[in-house]
Design a protein around this ligand. Structure first.
Ligand code: SAM
Length: 305
């Protein structure tokens, strides 16, 4: 088991399968120089070495849009040989075409991004008019028995009526909604549009009886009459002290943190793979020290959200 200076272990691997995306969300920074993705055998080789070395128990495939990676089903099948707990994070657009092969390859968990339940607001945030298609994908994933969660980035413009609708949506379909605080990857937008989770929490605590509150992974969950509403507050209340995440990019770079400037390039084969990783992880900082006015140079599409 590998530990860093602060005794943290790394059992959760997040892989960005591609930086490419078919949506153009306001909060996601654009990429000027496309990166050269590793081919699938190269990527799988690195993933399998990391799984073995770090005793990885959970893998999430993300991006960019991971369903744009043609062979995502084969990648899931290979990871599934060693790790049961495997999920993807997707905008849902391509699910209709892909769901059968994803399901057959062993996928059990899917997080689908849905920033608004209002079609016009969805369009304004994502710059696409695919609201109906995303809702259909959520229903399709449920019909396959997948464990579905919704990711919804908190941005100004979310009103009380829509919060009520999200709660009803969660009750009706048994889906956890996770509100994610805006991170400063697209600087001006983040500082202008940041909406703290306290805006939603204050409202639901006043209006509803909260049955239970607890932490589930990095999310703080509020249960309200069979609705599960979560909050991920990476910037306002970071969870660095318990962070167990490693991040691998599609060009083979390993990051210890979404906001870390230093990475380890694993794209070239090396004899001292294990030593390099041990040393790199050992030196991870205690905290990321980012706030929502910070200038983050990394791209969330490249590192994977
Ligand atoms: N394309 C996929 C999707 O839309 O879910 C996966 C990649 S996306 C980068 C992963 C998650 O990160 C999404 O739920 C997205 O909403 C979230 N995300 C992207 N940029 C963000 C930001 N600046 N702050 C907070 N969350 C962000």
């Amino acid at each position: 088991m590998i530990k860093d200076k602060f005794n943290r272990t790394y059992s959760y691997l997040r892989v960005s399968l591609t930086h490419r995306c078919n949506f153009s969300c306001n909060y996601c920074n654009k990429i000027n120089n496309p990166i050269k993705e590793l081919n699938t055998p190269q990527l799988i080789d690195i993933i399998e070495k990391l799984i073995k070395l770090c005793h990885i128990e959970k893998v999430r495939l993300t991006g960019g849009e991971p369903l744009l990676r043609e062979d995502i089903d084969y990648i899931i099948y290979r990871i599934n040989r060693n790790v049961d707990n495997i999920g993807i994070t997707t905008n849902g657009y391509f699910l209709k075409e892909k769901i059968f092969s994803l399901y057959k390859s062993g996928l059990k968990r899917i997080n689908i991004s849905l920033d608004s339940l209002n079609r016009n607001r969805f369009k304004k945030i994502t710059n696409t008019d695919h609201f109906n298609r995303v809702i259909d994908s959520i229903m399709l994933a449920l019909s396959y028995g997948l464990k579905v969660k919704i990711n919804s980035v908190l941005v100004k413009g979310l009103d009380h009526k829509e919060i009520d609708e999200f709660i009803r949506f969660s009750q009706l379909y048994g889906i956890t909604i996770r509100f994610i605080e805006l991170m400063p990857f697209s600087n001006e937008y983040a500082s202008k549009m940041f909406l703290p989770s306290s805006y939603v929490i204050d409202y639901i605590e006043k209006k509803y009886n909260i049955d239970k509150k607890y932490n589930e992974g990095v999310a703080k969950i509020f249960e309200i009459q069979n609705a599960k509403i979560g909050f991920i507050t990476s910037v306002s209340t970071p969870f660095c002290s318990s962070c167990n995440r490693l991040r691998l990019t599609s060009d083979g770079k390993l990051y210890r943190c979404l906001f870390d400037k230093n990475y380890l390039d694993l794209s070239k084969s090396t004899d001292n793979f294990n030593e390099l990783i041990k040393n790199y992880l050992y030196l991870k900082k205690e905290k990321h020290n980012i706030d929502y006015n910070s200038k983050v140079s990394n791209s969330i599409r490249v590192i994977g959200g």
